[in-house]
Design a protein around this ligand. Structure first.
Ligand code: SAJ
Length: 418
């Protein structure tokens, strides 16, 4: 068993996962170099600043940079270990777009020396870690790559999927169990030494494909469960039963834990990852596919409800509270709230749609084409609203007093104003 890693470590991708991982390692004594193609991100980190909102991250970044343990650059340096934490979006046909992972592997390849460790953290379909080794091998035929038949490879390649929850990244980064899947058992051992530096949870060693699949399964599991809640919401709505009350009661059963319906499923992970499973086994995944479709349909349903409420007014003002993909984060990627707002604005081009979000300071690009959408201050907007739609349960909206909503039509998609 290897002890905790000590040495120089480069992380490619300074986003929501790469940067917190860099900080977790740097504040525990590892020399970390953060690599990103975006110069603004590199400049922000170099100043000790965080380019996005995540609780408790800013103080750790400024500390790690001030201590000289964390630096940032656009060039991939020589190091003892590399972590790839770049995005894996999907293509139009919903297969994984591995171009960022491939580019990262090809940037690392020329720098590799014997004994180096390469860890893929990006969420990836089964077989991607193997591909990383192949992409590196294609450039560095001089290196012995890890294979079952190769007892002494020059480099060690593994997958260690990130599992942290946005909004709780700094806590979960440390406390979550980690799955480390190696191309060989020795690869897993070497990669695990990096996570031993900071992980308080258990480090579970396995093979690379199992680690890749486990990560996809975790997010598909959540997606299916949210779809169940969203389907219940539709059913209860049609039967004039309060779905929140039903869930509250059902969840008092010791083995039932139904999640919350909402305006849809957003973020860069849950709406994407289940498709990697579906594209790997299309005929065997009807449940996972259907869950995706149920959740993708949600923003349309919510928008249709708002549009039908608007028919009661001659010239209503609609206020939508929340634009991010979930509460208390500033991330708007794949946000169902943005989709809902766009659908309402499109269906009602003559109606003013005011949007509010404490974490968003300009109309998101996806909505900038609608002349009837305006960013507003929640306090004032609600005051003059006819219809108030709660799309994201940010703290200030959760506690919005019922008296402020009196006389208005309110539509709470998150079940917090009950
Ligand atoms: N949502 C609901 N109802 C719920 C829970 C969530 O509608 O009961 C919605 C949220 O509003 C949001 C979306 O689902 O739009 C996803 O939010 P989330 O909090 O469930 O998950 P993420 O995307 O922030 O993070 C997930 C986590 N995965 C699991 O919980 C299995 C996290 O641990 C992963 O690290 C992350 O994906 C990732 O990066 O893969």
């Amino acid at each position: 068993m290897n002890g905790p890693f000590s040495g120089k470590l480069a992380i490619l991708g300074m986003g929501y996962i790469g940067l917190p991982t860099a900080v977790a390692l740097a504040t525990r004594g590892v020399e970390v170099i953060g690599v990103d193609i975006n110069r603004d991100v590199v400049a922000a980190i170099s100043r000790g600043e965080v380019p996005f909102v995540e609780p408790d991250l800013a103080i750790s970044v400024s500390g790690a940079v001030a201590m000289g343990r964390l630096t940032a650059t656009t060039e991939t340096p020589e190091a003892d270990a590399y972590i790839i934490a770049v995005p894996t979006p999907f293509n139009d046909d919903r297969t994984a777009d591995l171009s960022f992972v491939q580019a990262a592997a090809e940037q690392i390849a020329p720098k590799l020396r014997s004994g180096n460790i390469v860890v893929l953290e990006s969420t990836s379909p089964p077989g991607t870690t193997e591909k990383v080794a192949q992409w590196i091998g294609a450039i560095r035929s001089d290196l012995r790559m890890p294979r079952d038949v190769e007892p002494n490879p020059d480099i060690f390649v593994a997958h260690c999927p990130e599992r942290v929850l946005p909004g709780r990244i700094m806590i979960e980064m440390i406390t979550n169990d980690r799955v480390v899947g190696g191309l060989t058992p020795r690869c897993a051992e070497h990669a695990a030494s990096i996570y031993r530096v900071f992980a308080q949870g258990e480090i579970l060693l396995t093979d690379a494909a199992s680690a890749e699949m486990a990560k996809l399964v975790e997010n598909a599991y959540r997606d299916v469960n949210i779809a169940f809640a969203n389907e219940l919401s539709l059913i209860c709505e049609s039967l004039h039963i309060d779905v929140w009350e039903v869930i509250r009661l059902a969840n008092r059963h010791p083995r039932v834990n139904i999640l919350s319906p909402g305006p849809g499923v957003g973020g860069h992970c849950i709406p994407v990852d289940p498709w990697f499973i579906v594209s790997a086994a299309p005929l065997l995944s009807p449940l996972i596919r259907t869950a995706r479709e149920v959740n993708d349909r949600r923003p349309h349903h919510v928008a249709e409800q708002v549009v039908s409420k608007a028919q009661r007014f001659r010239s209503p003002t609609i206020v939508c509270l929340g634009l991010t993909f979930k509460a208390n984060v500033d991330d708007i990627r794949e946000s169902p709230a943005i989709e809902v707002v766009g659908l309402i604005a499109k269906a009602l081009p003559d109606v003013d749609v005011l949007v509010c979000d404490p974490y968003v300071d300009r109309v998101p690009p996806l909505l900038s084409g609608y002349a009837n959408i305006r960013l507003a201050n929640a306090h004032e907007a609600v005051e003059g609203a006819d219809i108030v739609v709660l799309l994201v349960e940010h703290e200030p909206y959760k506690s919005m007093r019922h008296t402020r909503l009196g006389g208005k039509v309110s539509y709470d998609t998150r079940g917090v104003w009950r």
